[in-house]
Design a protein around this ligand. Structure first.
Ligand code: NAP
Length: 297
């Protein structure tokens, strides 16, 4: 990911929905191993997922066999202070905190929960209007010096927010994790992906299947998208609409890393085949038209 950045899998497994899956440690262990077997070795977390419980649940899998840690890359995030948390009560108004103490204590907690002594990538989860870039950058450098975090990035940042933080760092931010999919094509034309390509930052795309909208939304746009994705999938050699939706992201020249949200091993297997789909420009723009609801001008 990025020049000199970590080696990550092109498809990433996301664990935001882990608590809803209601998996035992043994079932989660099988799921994680299946991801790795299908080449999905990068695991996306955040301190807040599952009301601060998902990292701990995942960490129990590493605890079963600590050597498994060497087979994966762990991304996690910090900076959101959840209100009305049952696990960490006391915050009555949701806010962001990118102060040095908050970042460092969040990383220490993530390391303990995940049963690991390093994070491959740490992201600031959402832009904090009160971010003091000098202080945030200093915290990143402390974490890097202490060997707790190897690489750093941002999430949901605008280009100017990314550029501001980058201006205070002696090493490159390696990603901006943003919402991007056939349901959310805006980063393709609002400048976010141009900036990533210009600065050789590989974006990560969250909710790459629209958070499930591809399957459960039935308005005109979703129907048109399913039709064109299915038709392109047939032309490409018998692929499903969800595989083509991922291939559409993978095809973008900024080298997007989609973050999958499924908890099903068969869907991980199917998603992993999307890297084999090659799309012509004409097919890509047919999907673009269905996504934006506009003909190509
Ligand atoms: P998604 O892959 O777009 O959506 C996942 C949902 O779609 C799940 O409910 C899944 O259900 C369903 N699904 C997937 N394949 C399906 C299929 N073939 N048929 C029917 N349903 C299917 O991604 P997401 O979960 O919204 O987000 C992915 C990851 O991005 C998260 O886990 C998290 O790591 C990250 N994220 C980051 C941010 C951020 O601010 N940085 C925000 C949101 C998410 P099943 O489990 O039943 O397959």
């Amino acid at each position: 990911m990025g020049p000199g950045g970590p080696v990550c899998s092109r498809l990433v497994a996301g664990f935001w929905r882990l608590r809803k899956w209601d998996y035992s440690t043994e079932v989660l262990d099988r799921f994680v191993r299946s991801c790795i077997d299908h080449g999905v070795t990068t695991m996306d977390h955040a301190d807040i997922y599952g009301d601060y419980t998902c990292e701990e649940h995942f960490g129990r899998v590493i605890g079963l066999e600590p050597s498994l840690r060497q087979s994966m890359e762990i991304v996690t995030k910090c900076g959101i202070m959840l209100q009305n948390s049952h696990t960490r009560p006391g915050i009555t108004h949701q806010h962001y905190n990118t102060g040095a103490d908050c970042i460092i204590s969040s990383v220490d907690r993530s390391l303990a929960m995940l049963q690991t002594d390093y994070l491959d990538v740490l992201l600031i989860h959402r832009p904090d209007t009160l971010m003091n870039a000098d202080e945030t950058a200093e915290a990143f450098q402390t974490l890097a010096r202490d060997g707790k975090v190897k690489y750093f990035g941002v999430s949901n940042f605008t280009n100017t927010q990314t550029s501001l933080l980058q201006s205070r760092l002696p090493f490159p931010l390696i990603t901006n994790q943003i919402e991007c999919s056939v349901f959310k094509p805006e980063p393709m034309y609002d400048g976010i992906l141009d900036y990533c390509q210009q600065h050789r930052i590989n974006p990560m795309a969250w909710s790459p299947l629209g958070g499930g909208q591809l399957f459960n939304e039935h308005d005109d746009r979703a129907t048109a998208l399913r039709d064109v994705l299915s038709s392109v999938g047939r032309e490409a050699g018998g692929f499903g609409p969800e595989q083509v939706a991922l291939a559409w992201l993978l095809h973008h020249p900024s080298a997007i890393f989609p973050v999958l949200g499924t908890g099903k091993t068969d869907r991980i297997a199917s998603a992993s085949a999307s890297v084999e789909i090659s799309l012509s420009r004409e097919q890509w723009y047919r999907i673009w038209s269905a996504s934006t609801g506009k003909p190509v001008p």
